[in-house]
Write a protein that binds this ligand. Structure first.
Ligand SMILES: Cc1cc2nc3c(=O)[nH]c(=O)nc-3n(C[C@H](O)[C@H](O)[C@H](O)COP(=O)(O)O)c2cc1C
Length: 222
């Protein structure tokens, strides 16, 4: 089958997607939003952990509180149709409940099979990634996986003609504290990894997009 149509749709979406800071006063239809969220839900994660949650933030008080401290989210919080919080799990060590649960979820239930897998994950986290005994590195491991979901959501949005902006311009400790205070997260177990705004552009960007020359970032090594 010739992929010409899909290729063109993808190229159009990549070309059209820009980081959008100010949106029109127009709501995204629920079906489109649900499809964008499905892209996050169905994204791949290391060892199938799914150490994440995606929260559509509708609460005005929490939005105001984030806006007050977040330079990178201010205009988006004022105008976006929807605002998503990407939350990542802390302490996803090989011997944690969530790693165990991820095995059971994927149909691995024999005690011997579970033991073998957990041993593999222990080696992976201890020797390969060297994250097992460092809470910060363990957090980085789950947080960086949420960027896969972030990318998938942005591309899905672009294909649906919806604009977006990834956001990490905020003080993490303060935002975690206020999300905990409002009951959005349990900051002992999880933390904010990034945020994303969604909506329809108010206007096209004034300047053409700048990128490094393609050949300087894409190569084949024979
Ligand atoms: C991980 C990440 C975090 C970002 N954080 C912010 C942010 O906090 N606020 C903002 O306005 N833009 C943010 N951006 C948007 C970038 O500035 C923008 O993607 C980049 O300048 C390239 O422009 P383009 O997306 O229009 O191609 C972020 C982008 C990424 C990928």
């Amino acid at each position: 089958m010739d992929n010409q149509i899909v290729r063109q749709q993808l190229q159009d979406a990549y070309q059209k997607r820009v980081a959008m800071r100010v949106y029109q006063d127009k709501k995204i239809p629920q079906e489109d939003l649900d499809t964008i969220l499905d892209a996050a839900w169905l994204s791949p994660s290391s060892i199938g952990l799914e150490g994440w949650r995606f929260v559509v933030l509708e609460n005005a008080a929490v939005k105001e509180a984030i806006k007050a401290v977040s330079w990178g989210a201010k205009s988006q919080l004022e105008t976006a149709s929807h605002f998503i919080l990407l939350i990542a799990e802390k302490n996803a060590r090989y011997d944690s409940e969530s790693v165990y649960d991820s095995l059971v979820r994927r149909g691995i239930s024999e005690p011997e099979a579970i033991k073998t897998r957990l041993k593999q994950y222990q080696i992976f986290q201890e020797s390969d990634m060297e994250i097992a005994d460092n809470k910060d590195r363990l957090w980085d491991w789950t947080a960086k996986q949420t960027y896969i979901a972030l990318g998938n959501m942005m591309t899905s949005a672009a294909l649906l003609g919806i604009d977006s902006c990834p956001i990490e311009g905020f003080p993490y400790q303060k935002v975690n504290a206020l999300l905990d205070e409002y009951g959005v997260i349990d900051s002992n177990k999880e933390g904010i990894a990034s945020m994303m705004s969604l909506g329809y552009r108010l206007e096209d960007p004034k300047h053409p997009r700048q990128r490094k020359e393609r050949h300087t970032v894409i190569s084949t090594f024979n």
